[in-house]
Design a protein around this ligand. Structure first.
Ligand SMILES: Nc1ncnc2c1ncn2[C@@H]1O[C@H](COP(=O)(O)OP(=O)(O)O)[C@@H](O)[C@H]1O
Ligand SMILES: [Mg+2]
Length: 332
């Protein structure tokens, strides 16, 4: 592993098979994550973001590939091959926060119990008084009023429930958090509060985030680097500035052209995406994007493009990456 990296995802595939149909939810995804950074993962619904996140935290077993992780103790290991004993030690270092906090919180448990649950699971010998203390400290850090802790989750608003979900993920002091559409269900003003909270906690607790969202405008503000997924593949990966100002993949350009802009003087021509996302059980030949791409050429219909580094740290899977002049999101 590169010494600055906390995570290196290498050639991860995930296939789901049922009734003789195989869905390739994630195909050959590779990227590197530096410690302390936020990586945004974007793409339309169904492109494999959740599946990738779940493979990384090992909630799913990847079909192929490696996820190299540098542990708190400095050891490098392939997370996907770690045995049970090792997993028990490191699983708590990588946590996931979900989209819908309500469905992931047990309605019969008090907020205090919900936040303590991961402590009970990971540190069964910890005295209850210590758990209470850690859970209360964490609740305060995420901005929950201590008098709320004996209440049940239904008594809370969406934003407060998301804070409970965050407290629960962070109480065991993890190092990497996969946030899967963590703010997507919230109103825009509440979204901003929760994002600010996540940024503050990142600095305070030295966290690395994988921030999954279908909404590019959310990802732009918080990410150091961005990965764009299409039909299970990572089609572009680079610094946020590179991706937003100088995209090199036609799919990224089309996504950027559809981001709403508040400035009425700024007019951008939307690049319509032709047709629907193809069925991942029966993906197109060649480049998976070719049927919807306005720059498609003959080679794109038959040959799958390699994922190449077009400038330092900027990766693209497009046959025409070096000749196209694509438009970014440079209204600022
Ligand atoms: N457990 C599963 N079994 C079968 N197919 C699945 C499963 N989970 C996801 N998929 C399929 O994998 C693809 C990617 O899904 P997902 O990772 O949820 O995408 P996203 O999070 O980007 O919306 C979709 O076609 C979806 O239908
Ligand atoms: Mg999802």
């Amino acid at each position: 592993m590169n010494k600055d990296n906390i995570l290196e995802v290498r050639h991860v595939h995930k296939r789901f098979t049922s009734k003789n149909v195989t869905v390739k939810a994630v195909t050959d995804v590779s990227f590197e994550v530096k410690a302390g950074q936020t990586i945004g993962i974007v793409g339309e619904s169904g492109c494999g973001k959740t599946t990738l996140g779940r493979c990384i935290v090992r909630a799913y077993n990847a079909s192929e590939g490696e996820v190299w992780y540098r542990t708190a103790a400095g050891e490098e290991l392939d997370f996907l091959k770690a045995d049970k004993k090792k997993m028990k030690l490191i699983r708590k270092e990588i946590q996931m926060i979900f989209q819908d906090p309500y469905s992931s919180l047990d309605p019969r448990m008090t907020v205090l119990d919900i936040i303590e649950e991961p402590l009970k699971a990971n540190f069964p010998d910890m005295p209850k008084a210590k758990m209470d203390e850690l859970a209360k400290d964490m609740a305060a850090k995420v901005g929950l009023n201590p008098t709320y802790l004996m209440r049940y989750p239904h008594a809370f608003s969406g934003g407060q429930r998301q804070r409970i979900g965050i407290a629960r993920a962070l109480v065991i002091n993890p190092r990497i958090i996969v946030c899967d559409e963590a703010v997507s269900a919230l109103d825009v003003s509440i979204q901003a509060q929760v994002i600010n909270l996540l940024c503050d906690l990142q600095k305070e607790m030295n966290l690395t985030y994988l921030f999954i969202s279908h909404d590019l405008s959310v990802v732009e503000h918080i990410s150091d680097r961005v990965g764009v997924m299409y039909l299970g593949r990572m089609v572009e990966y680079g610094d946020t500035e590179q991706i937003f100002s100088h995209p090199r993949h036609p799919y990224t350009e089309a996504l950027l052209s559809a981001v709403p802009v508040a400035d009425p003087n700024y007019q951008v021509e939307r690049i319509p995406l032709k047709g629907e996302i193809p069925n991942p059980a029966n993906p197109p030949s060649g480049c998976y994007f070719h049927e919807r791409c306005s720059y498609c050429c003959e080679q794109c219909c038959t040959e799958s493009p390699a994922y190449i580094e077009v400038e330092p740290g900027h990766y693209v899977a497009c046959h025409r990456a070096n000749e196209l002049e694509l438009r970014g999101f440079d209204y600022k």
